[in-house]
Design a protein around this ligand. Structure first.
Ligand code: G6P
Length: 616
């Protein structure tokens, strides 16, 4: 939540800041603002409620002088509504200092009371303004932004990334982080700060991680990082493994359209180098070690949103191949109920962004409780991998649309690889079975590409349904998480009430919802399914059809048994039962996107959401 960018270089701050905000707008789009210290050393700022374009328009009608130092912010509102006055930057030291903030300052109320008692005047309802006024006050004594910020962060509780500039120190941007993301970009005669590397990837691919409770000071020719006590810390530079064009729409109508088109590639890249000689090797797990993996007696998968549904699919595969019991839990529920964890528990966190606060906190908790922690993550250098014993990166490439699509496919792929790796290490699956599963996985990208060819007919279906008020999704076994994911996407993107149910649960309640015209998507298992679930799901279809439901079946190509009972059939290529979800989910992603577009909604930036939820 909230995107942050900071810059020191030459006199093109405005362009750099707006570019950084544009690439981070997925983190929040309730308001945007920038502050710049111009060439004469004067600080000026503009901020506007609404999407970034509102700020751009404001800067056109009410320009500010450019300069070599600046900070920018795109907001997801927490304290104080999404208004101009609550937008960032917030000012301190009589307008000479500007501050931007991502996170929540939990003790802001006490601090505000203290400032009010001293006669401070507040111009916003934000917790962030408290920090701006405090840093301004500290600056008057220290005459140094870094030192002033250091004094203030020692008093703050909660999660925050703060960036500060002061007009008396042009050429300096100072950032501090606790439990919210911040990364440095190293340029040539210029340096950057960002919530993530997207903030500066168009200028440099050299990045430096900043750890928890650290302060970074950037100037044109230097970067220094200390802990909150002022002790210098060692930093690690890394190269960003994608370029700016990967985070551009590239001619697609939306980022989501582009990202769905990249689903085959997301799976292929996640498999790359991990399926070797018909077996699965995950050297990334060396940090945990085979001996520990052999002794693990339970796996707990923690994640939020779409990632949690990927986790549910992982449970089927990991249990089948490794015979280790797997629980899947929402990170925020896991963390607060005193979960039972031992050194023989492997906690697997899943997060596209690597910054989801609920998951980050759950990871830290699990580690402190003595569990082994493996993270499955799509974002290099992000917080969750850094807190884990080992990390298995998905290689889906940057995902910009707020609702996750290609990352989901990559997460499921990574979990399946993990299941095969564990099965091999623990000898619960024989080499032939591993080779067969690996071959299935290798075929998935091509099969997804085949599903993408039906996009036009799914679009048509979506166009017929723009007035639909409610959609149900049914699936059984591995089809159940797919149903949940289909429903979530529709809620997120098209603002339609949608529910996913286990098909077997239908008669235990949800069937009461069926009335004439109710649209129900059904994920139909293959007729070749060894568990013989196909006839059961076909019976479920008949039961709801008998009560007037309109059925859209996602079924294996050539499944003749479904045809007589479904109003529409979306065919998917043949695949082994466990692998079908990787195909069946694709039409649901397309459907939700197309329905959202047909309703004239913003596919990439749905209302009230943010991609990276960095507050609890
Ligand atoms: C937000 C996004 C979802 C995403 C979830 C988890 O709610 O809107 O699309 O699935 O966060 O995000 P993560 O980055 O941890 O995978």
């Amino acid at each position: 939540m909230c995107g942050i960018v900071g810059y020191v270089g030459d006199s093109k701050s405005i362009e750099v800041l707006l570019g950084g905000l544009r690439r981070q707008e997925y983190r929040g789009y309730d308001s945007a603002g920038i502050a710049v210290i111009d060439v004469d050393g004067h600080l000026d700022s503009r901020k506007k409620a609404g999407k970034l374009q509102a700020l751009v328009d404001e800067l056109e009608s009410n320009p500010i002088a450019d300069g070599a130092t600046g900070i920018g912010h795109t907001r997801w509102a927490t304290h104080g509504g999404p208004t101009d006055r609550n937008a960032h930057p917030q000012l301190g030291d009589n307008g000479k200092l500007a501050l931007i903030h991502n996170g929540i300052i939990e003790n802001f109320f006490e601090l505000k009371e203290e400032l009010l008692a001293e006669g401070a005047v507040f111009t916003s309802d934000t917790d962030s303004e408290v920090a701006a006024l405090l840093v301004g006050k500290a600056y008057q004594e220290t005459k140094d932004v870094t030192e002033a910020l250091r004094q203030v962060v020692a008093r703050l509780h909660g999660a925050f990334t703060l960036l500060v500039v002061h007009e008396d120190q042009p050429g300096v941007v100072v950032g501090a982080r606790r439990n919210s993301p911040l990364v440095i970009g190293l340029g040539d005669g210029e340096n950057f700060l960002g919530s993530d590397v997207a903030a500066f990837v168009e200028h440099t691919r050299r990045a430096v991680e900043i750890g928890q409770d650290q302060i970074a000071t950037i100037r044109t020719d230097s970067v220094s990082v200390t802990d909150f006590d002022g002790n210098p810390v060692e930093t690690k530079e890394y190269e960003i493994n994608w370029d700016a064009s990967a985070a551009e729409k590239g001619g697609w109508s939306s980022f989501m359209a582009k990202e769905i088109s990249e689903e085959p590639e997301a799976v292929a890249k996640t498999l790359l180098g991990r399926v070797v000689a018909e077996s699965v090797r995950l050297p990334e797990l060396d940090g945990i070690g085979d001996e520990i993996l052999e002794n693990i007696d339970r796996i707990v998968i923690i994640a939020c949103g779409t990632a949690a549904y990927a986790g549910m699919l992982g449970k089927y595969a990991i249990e089948k191949w490794s015979r280790i019991p797997v629980d899947v839990e929402l990170s925020h529920e896991f963390r607060y109920r005193d979960p039972i964890l031992t050194e023989r528990t492997l906690v697997v966190s899943i997060s596209q962004s690597g910054e989801t606060m609920d998951t980050l906190m759950a990871v830290k908790y699990a580690k402190e409780a003595g569990a082994q922690v493996l993270s499955i993550c799509n974002t290099q250098g992000s917080s969750i991998p850094r807190e884990s014993h080992a990390v298995l990166y998905t290689h889906a490439g940057p995902e910009v649309a707020v609702a996750s699509t290609k990352a989901f496919l990559a997460q499921v792929t990574a979990l399946y690889l993990l299941g095969l790796h564990l099965g091999r290490v623990r000898s619960t699956i024989n080499p032939d079975e591993i080779a067969a599963a690996a071959a299935e996985l290798n075929d998935i990208p091509e099969k997804i590409a085949e599903v993408l060819l039906s996009a036009a007919s799914i679009k048509q279906l979506a166009h017929w349904m723009t007035d639909t008020k409610s959609v149900l999704f049914l699936g059984r076994n591995v089809g159940f998480p797919v149903a949940l994911e289909g429903a979530l996407k529709l809620k997120e993107l098209a603002y339609i009430h949608a529910e996913g149910f286990a098909a077997g649960e239908l008669k235990h309640g949800p069937i009461a919802l069926i009335e004439p015209g109710q649209i129900v998507f059904v994920i139909v298992p293959s007729p070749r399914d060894p568990l013989s679930l196909h006839p059961k799901v076909v019976s479920n279809i008949q039961e709801i059809r008998a009560r007037g439901a309109r059925v859209i079946a996602i079924a294996e190509k050539g499944d003749a048994a479904v045809l007589p009972f479904a109003d529409e059939v979306i065919p998917i290529p043949l695949a082994g039962s466990l692998f079908e979800p990787l195909l069946a989910v694709v039409p649901l992603h397309i459907f939700a996107m197309e329905l959202s577009a047909a309703k004239g909604l913003d596919v990439d930036q749905p209302r009230n959401l943010a991609k990276s939820v960095t507050v609890e």
